[in-house]
Design a protein. Structure first.
Lengths: 301, 292
């Protein structure tokens, strides 16, 4: 009796699977696949809780040298020159917001961009690509899980920094900050897709990822205001989704003043950047997958 | 090749011993790593631009807070107001340290990942030579990075170097490698035991870099961190290296740094080598060499 029931269950699973395959029609996006991938990645992340913890602590150790250097050069008080240049009178409060936002960019480069590379290292890339679901769903699933992890890590970073450096932020502007963050994260997904495409073609993730990560970090107003950058670099900085977000969030979280016009301008700007990056990101990702498959390059290291 | 000739080669290989033989093996390992790196074209590009890319954010931050090339506050702390040269030389040295710590520390793990660790361990060379070979490569790699960054800083940003201090600064590098090797052996032990030890290494190196006076003097650190800083060979390496390149050979502070470095060399190297010997033997006994 038991054997028969197992057989029937297995048959049922097989029939369900084969009916899915026979009735399968290509779709642009598969939410179920994305959510399954997100859950799988989160389950993996929970298996290594120290990783999540360490990524909350490490950024503090990374930005502390900049704060110490600023102290050594300008003294313990924020310099008048910096205040004139940035409009803010506390260097530490200023840079913590920069690091808080840039962590999402870092996550999109290392997490979303490298997602298929990690799958390749685990030996699961080719089976994943054989699944009858759009590749973008797999990538977006990874992006969801990365965003959840990034929110957790940045909250930790903000909490630790607030305790160590005694920085205070205005909590009343949390809603507009959340809106800006949401649009920025959507834009970053497009950026992550673009990096994923590059990594599928070039493979070696450490160098390419480091290069993209360092350059975007360097031209982002994390440790310094945009005004400190030369004009052409400033223009390039605005093309990175995090730049507008950092500038706007700083204004909201530090001063607590909401200028509706500049907020809406930033929101529209981020929306446009999101459309731009999704178009470029999806296009380059699809091209990279096709290019790699045609050359039998997908599983190669 | 006849069987007799082949066995003669094997026999010679097994009989090889002494410093020169180990040096040849270390050199072969260093060349092998260069070949691996140069087989990725992006690695070459990264190697050239990386030293400058690391320095630029420091330069922009310094300019944003100081508004010029001189800092009176820094002058009060270390005797020089030329913050640009101070930071450029200190951060150039950071590149060498990172290359040594990460590159050498993870050398055995890399071999393990590509499946060659056990093969290398069965070759007739000292087990420590595996680590020393990687040190040699990373010294060349990181050293070239230091040269690139310093040349870029002098030519592009107008950093001032005292040319009479170049040779003594190289002496400091030599001394610092000995103590750094002790640290590297410790990292290798952590990796051999914990396998996926990047977190430990990242935390350890981040803390060491935080307390090292790369771009600020240790006087700006909280008192507890200042104690850790004094016990770290990185601190004295950077102080000595920068001191010679900025002030030449006449500074008494630089001589203090060299003295401290010699003491720390002995302590760190002895501890590191002992730990490596014990750990390597332990891991082999447990049969855990190829475990992931």
């Amino acid at each position: 009796m038991t054997d028969t029931s197992i057989d029937s269950k297995e048959d049922q699973v097989f029939l369900n699977g084969s009916s899915y395959l026979t009735e399968f029609k290509p779709v642009f996006f598969d939410w179920t696949a994305a959510i399954i991938i997100a859950k799988k990645n989160l389950r993996l992340a929970i298996r290594y809780p120290a990783n999540v913890l360490i990524w909350g602590i490490l950024p503090v150790v990374w930005f502390a040298p900049f704060i110490l250097m600023a102290t050594a050069i300008a003294g313990p008080e924020t310099s008048v020159y910096f205040t004139e240049l940035s409009g803010f009178d506390n260097y530490i409060t200023f840079s913590i917001i920069g690091w808080f936002v840039i962590m999402f960019l870092d996550n999109s480069i290392w997490g979303i961009g490298n997602n298929f590379r990690w799958e390749q290292f685990s030996g699961t890339l080719e089976p994943l690509f054989m699944a009858p679901v759009p590749r973008v769903s797999l990538l977006l699933g990874a992006a969801f899980s990365d965003s959840i992890q990034a929110v957790f890590q940045t909250s930790m970073l903000l909490g630790i920094s607030t305790v160590i450096f005694g920085s205070r932020y205005v909590l009343t502007q949390i809603l507009p900050i959340a809106i800006i963050m949401l649009v920025m994260i959507i834009a970053l997904y497009g950026f992550g897709f673009m990096v994923a495409g590059l990594i599928i073609v070039f493979k070696d993730p450490s160098v390419l990822t480091e290069l993209v990560s360092e350059v975007t970090w360097m031209i982002s107003p994390v440790q310094y205001p945009l005004a400190a950058l030369p004009s052409p670099v400033r223009f390039a900085a605005y093309l990175i989704p995090t730049t507008l977000a950092i500038v706007t969030i700083r204004e909201l979280a530090i001063t607590g003043i909401m200028n509706v016009v500049s907020f809406l301008t930033a929101l529209c700007g981020l929306g446009l950047i999101a459309i731009l990056f999704w178009t470029i990101g999806l296009g380059s990702f699809r091209y990279a997958v096709r290019w790699s498959r045609e050359r039998g390059h997908m599983g190669g290291f | 090749m006849t069987e007799i000739k082949r066995s003669a080669i094997f026999e010679r290989m097994w009989k090889r011993e002494g410093f020169r033989a180990e040096l040849r093996a270390a050199n072969a390992l260093a060349i092998k790593q260069w070949k691996v790196e140069f087989s990725y074209p992006l690695s070459v590009l990264w190697f050239i631009v990386m030293p400058i890319l690391w320095f630029i954010p420091l330069l922009i931050t310094g300019t944003a807070v100081s508004g010029g090339e001189e800092s009176t506050y820094l002058e009060g702390l270390v005797g020089t107001g030329d913050w640009l040269s101070y930071v450029a030389i200190g951060s150039a040295y950071a590149g060498l340290s990172i290359s040594m710590m990460w590159g050498t520390g993870f050398a055995l793990r890399r071999e393990q990942n590509v499946g060659t660790l056990e093969t290398l361990m069965t070759t007739p060379m000292g087990k420590g030579t595996l680590v020393w070979g990687s040190t040699l490569h990373n010294l060349q790699h990181g050293g070239l990075g230091v040269i690139l960054q310093l040349c870029g800083s002098v030519l592009i940003f107008g950093v001032q170097l005292n040319i009479w201090g170049i040779l003594p600064a190289l002496g400091v590098v030599a001394l610092s490698i000995i103590a750094m090797q002790g640290l590297v052996f410790t990292i290798v032990c952590v990796i051999l035991l914990a396998k996926q030890a990047w977190m430990v290494v990242e935390l350890l190196s981040s803390v060491l870099f935080l307390v090292a006076p790369m771009s600020y003097p240790i006087a700006v650190l909280p008192p507890a961190l200042q104690y850790i800083s004094v016990a770290s060979p990185l601190t004295w390496s950077v102080e000595g290296f920068r001191g010679f390149l900025m002030e030449g050979i006449g500074s008494s502070l630089v001589l203090n740094a060299v003295g401290a470095l010699i003491v720390l060399d002995v302590v760190f190297l002895v501890l590191g080598v002992l730990m490596f010997r014990y750990t390597e033997r332990y891991v082999r006994m447990k049969g855990a060499l190829s475990q992931f």
